[in-house]
Design a protein around this ligand. Structure first.
Ligand code: N2P
Length: 349
């Protein structure tokens, strides 16, 4: 009897041990990192690499615009540890005390970031953000469908291209390029200029096939439209798939943008977040990521490793002369409601 009891106890102990060992190895006990990034904006193997190297589970979600991301965080609806917003939205989040200052001792690879991308106006002393990618907004067009020279935003108002035009479903991008078409600043707060932009967008609407997000790439690759407003890296991606496509920054100038990695106060894992930022800035990782997504990297060493055909392509890496007249978006603070009203009105027509 004693023997039976003892072997029963031993078996029980062994089972408990096995359960706890298996439990340790399972995902539920791993530290986690919640990342919120733009759609199609990372090489998935970068995330796998981070999980493997550090044993940290990455929970990854995507947004389509800065405004969508901001609204979610502001509403307390996402406890993300990492966000990758654009310049003007980072400024707004700093002003509203939504971001942690970064501990750069934990991000030694920050040294690889080109100083051209440090201390920019949205984060003047570079305390809150680490540059991720940069680029422009421009027109992607299909040379088989558009036979004339494309050099002005005005072509997006040409009736010849009725229902062959794709606009971005993004308030600052679409109002911004309309303001540039009218030769105004894309940061204007002037009621008169904004009124003109609204009228122009309403006039353009019958020519627009759709207001789109990431699907713009597939639509242009598939030849579904002749002209589209796109972000430069998406143009690189689409041009790789369809050689009939070409990208241009119109002569009136455009939006020059910077997307940077930040740590929101809403998150719970600042240490893991800084580890992740440092990982993104490892040369091999930054190279692999930039090569995969096509967007321009601010990482000096990674850029050196990229294929010649990418770094000599002005779509991704424009010269200063291509950027004449281009502006960086600024946070509009109280004047944002004017833009909101315009966009609501245009979309509801
Ligand atoms: C990629 C998103 C690009 C970000 N789909 C433009 N700032």
């Amino acid at each position: 009897m004693k023997f039976v009891l003892r072997s029963l106890l031993v078996t029980l102990l062994a089972i408990t041990l096995i359960i706890s060992l298996v439990g340790c190895g399972s995902d539920k006990d791993k530290p986690v990192l919640k990342v919120y990034n733009w759609g199609d904006y990372i090489d998935p193997s970068v995330l796998d690499g981070f999980e493997e190297e550090y044993g940290i589970k990455v929970i990854y979600d995507e947004f389509a615009t800065n405004e969508e991301m901001y609204a979610k965080i502001k509403a307390g609806a996402g406890d993300y540890d990492i966000l990758i917003p654009s310049d003007y939205t980072i400024k707004r989040m700093i002003d509203e005390d939504m971001l942690h200052k970064l501990d750069f001792d934990n991000i030694p690879n920050y040294k690889y970031i080109d100083s051209r991308f440090k201390d920019l106006a949205y984060d003047p002393n570079n305390e809150y953000s680490v540059p991720y990618m940069w680029g422009t907004v421009g027109i992607l067009y299909n040379k088989k469908m558009v036979k004339e020279e494309v050099n002005s935003w005005k072509i997006l108002w040409d009736k010849k291209y009725e229902k062959q035009i794709l606009m971005l479903d993004s308030i600052r991008d679409s109002i911004g390029i309309t303001l540039k078409m009218l030769e105004y600043s894309l940061n204007t707060k002037s009621d008169k200029e904004l009124d003109e932009a609204k009228e122009a967008l309403i006039k353009q609407k019958p020519l627009v096939l759709a207001y789109v997000g990431d699907e713009v790439k597939d639509k242009m690759i598939g030849g579904e439209a002749a002209l589209a407003v796109v972000w430069s890296g998406d143009a690189i991606f689409a041009k790789r798939e369809n050689p009939d496509l070409e990208y241009v920054i119109p002569k009136e100038g455009s939006n020059l943008w910077f997307d940077s990695v930040v740590i929101p106060k809403a998150g719970k894992n600042k240490k893991e977040a800084e580890l992740f930022i440092n990982y993104l800035c490892e040369t091999e990782v930054a190279y692999q990521n930039a090569d995969y997504i096509g967007y321009a990297s601010p990482h000096i060493e990674a850029v050196k490793m990229l294929p010649d055909e990418l770094i000599t392509d002005k779509t991704a890496y424009p010269d200063d002369s291509d950027l004449v007249g281009s502006e960086v978006l600024e946070d509009l603070a109280g004047s944002l409601v004017k833009y909101d009203r315009i966009w609501t009105e245009v979309k509801s027509r």
